[in-house]
Design a protein around this ligand. Sequence first.
Ligand code: ADP
Length: 505
Amino acid sequence: MSIEIRSPADGSVVGVVSDQQPNEVTEAVERLREHQTSWENIGFAERARWLRRYRDWLLDNEDQLARILQSETGKPWAEATIEVPYAADVINYYSKHGQRFLTEETPRAHGPMTLTKRQRAVHRPYPVAGVITPWNFPVALSLMDAIPALLAGAAVVVKPSEFTPLAISTALAGWAEIGAPPVLTCLTGAGATGAALVDAVDYVQFTGSTRTGTAIATRAAERLIPCGLELGGKDPMLVLSDADLDRAANAAVWGGICNSGQMCTSVERIYVEAPVYEDFVNRVVARVRELRQGTDGPVGAAGAGFRYDVGALANQAQAEIVRRHVDEAIQAGAKALVGGKPAGTGTFFEPTVLVDVDHTMACMREETFGPTLPIMKVANADEAVRLANDTPYGLSATVFTRDTEHGERIARRLEAGAVNVNDVFTNLFALPLPMAGWKQSGMGARNGGAHGIRKYCRTQAIVSSRVAPRSEPMWYPYRPLRGNLVRRLTRFVMARDLRRRLGLR
Ligand code: ADP
């Protein structure tokens, strides 16, 4: 069985992949298991060496990967070329610091029972990690999780979205091409393939919808395996009256419309303090009007790259959601100051600015994942915070104010895993910080320095006796004399005042 991949820009077939069946998934995972032990045993330095070679292969093949990515996603060239560098950055970060993050710990004894023992906490990988990814950033989202898992010593299966498997399967084929050990593979297929993967692996890292994430977490719980989930978002932007409006407007437009708004952390709704509302809206509208929408190609080729700012939506279902959110809002009294409807052929949707919106509308409550910027006027920062938190999601948020301290105080009142002050989703590039969705936006975190690699490990406690007499005072047989002595001694050590130490009460 196979799946046809179509270009969202014009509907043409751009590739075919096999629809891998549950038994093929199980067999592939078993094959990985056979090679994982030696991958773990070669040690971190050797694993990092393979990852660095892989980084070089990715960079050498960047243009080819971007071209394939464009064909299956409809992204403009500028956006198709950001995924490989992101993966390279993750490789550089974790191959540089991973050894330290995985160093075993040797804590000191804290009480008499372990005084003569050597204690170690050893980070050992889950043998096989499954990475299940969506269609918006097929290469970056797959690699950013696969890389730390591989460096931890796990074998990894990536199951990309059935809409966008072409660039990532080519990227993963590069692993074999450099001659690396066979511990990284790609399995293509739809939901059933993903479900079979959850049934076969030892850890699941998922990026995608809250609905599918819930199904995966439920199945993972039944199997008692851990999972990490990065799910949907409805990220708010707060624009306070002292904000640099030029920067705020530029950030809103790029943050909301980049990748056609199909980004879990994109700006999905904006709250602006009344005194600057009109000025801000005018600036946003002016910039959105300047955006060029279409499909370009690599630099130098016909249709020279970097010619367009906004591409197509990734598939018809997504285009339908965006259309519904905009139509419903307009019917309920909102106004589209620019855009507001599908554009041309394929799944293009005009970059859209909506005003006169409120929280009864889907465009302010549900994840739109489209090139839309609904903007709402608020009386003050308190109202902005209240509305920003009025959502089941909690992925990230943005605050614009010239007073950074005030911005950070506002950040601490927002229910979101990350808050960017005077910027949009830069936290994604802050690899030492955790990227975690709160509420319905996720479970666990990726990145976050040591956490990002240790999450792929089970921590093992190893306790060795440095002094090993024939027997221990607590062992059999129980005798009154020795038993009482042990009791007195433990009491002497555990108590924190003299009377109790001496057993006087
Ligand atoms: P979308 O954002 O299109 O709704 P999903 O969140 O449903 O995407 O899917 C994201 C990824 O999860 C895709 O690779 C998809 O094939 C996979 N998937 C869908 N259903 C399941 C499931 N029940 N178990 C595991 N993976 C699934």
